[in-house]
Ligand binder design. Sequence first.
Ligand SMILES: C[S@@+](CC[C@H](N)C(=O)[O-])C[C@H]1O[C@@H](n2cnc3c(N)ncnc32)[C@H](O)[C@@H]1O
Length: 310
Amino acid sequence: MVEENKNDRNNKNHKSCKRKKNNNEKKIERPEEPAACTAQQQPPKKKNRKEVAIFGNYRNYYGYRVGQDLEEDPRLKVMKREWFEGKDSLDIGCNSGLLTIAIARKFGCKSIFGVDIDGARIEDAHWTLRKVVNARMHNVPSKIPKSVDAKVVNGAAESLTEGKRDNDGDSPLLVEKDLFKIVSFQKGNFVQNWRPPANTYYQTILCLSVTKWIHLNWGDDGLITLFRRAWTLLQPGGVFILEPQPWSSYYNNRLVSETASANYKNIQIPPEDFQDVLLDKVGFRMVENLTSGLSGTKSGFDRPILAFWK
Ligand SMILES: C[S@@+](CC[C@H](N)C(=O)[O-])C[C@H]1O[C@@H](n2cnc3c(N)ncnc32)[C@H](O)[C@@H]1O
């Protein structure tokens, strides 16, 4: 089970983050720690020897997120063609690249670049891209292992080719060859060492379900770095698409590492303040809330999606 999903659901009972103003001092509400349950006293338990995804770098993320009966990630429904068609885009925290590839083909990106801190997820993304391209070029059903993620890959391959045919009637061969030129992936930490090629600016930047992990690992400073770097890398008029996880979901991930635990206690910018920070401090000029267009979202992943214009 993906922790993030489970946690979001479990935390419905926890108090959500609220701000109390007391003599200009901001207090972020945090559920009380159970006795003898701090990172120092009790290190994170390894459940069934599963890897702990300290960056939210879950293997098989889309298997859980998109679900058994959905061919398409519901977030695609709120994305607008004009943000991607013929445009250069960046996907921060792309995981195994399913959504990155689906966006490239559904909306006809000029280019889309996925960056993720976990090299294993980037390898998965390259594998996914090859699988989608090969399946369509040879016009045979791809022999992908029977897993939920594989079902999503097959669905992506199908809808991608159909999307392109609908748009301009290009042959599937041409379409899939192009996909290698359009989509690329690279390992990198967006808030530390990753840099795009010199003089590269994007018209659209995606940051979906990543803020909690940057917040827990690099605190408020990391979050502000994320927002400022996204703004800097956007062309004027460009759009930053943000899907923040709610404060209530931070609680169960706070023990993934001692760093996360320490940062959790010190966070002063709750997700409900992100919009104000992006508009008033970072410099975005306008916001549109896209959440109402979402439907078919799996329980535990019902999060707001906001678009900010530079
Ligand atoms: C929960 S997944 C979300 C995946 C994808 N954006 C989506 O919503 O479908 C979060 C991803 O962000 C990546 N990540 C976390 N911190 C990062 C950082 N500092 N730089 C780049 N990627 C990061 C993780 O490795 C993980 O794959």
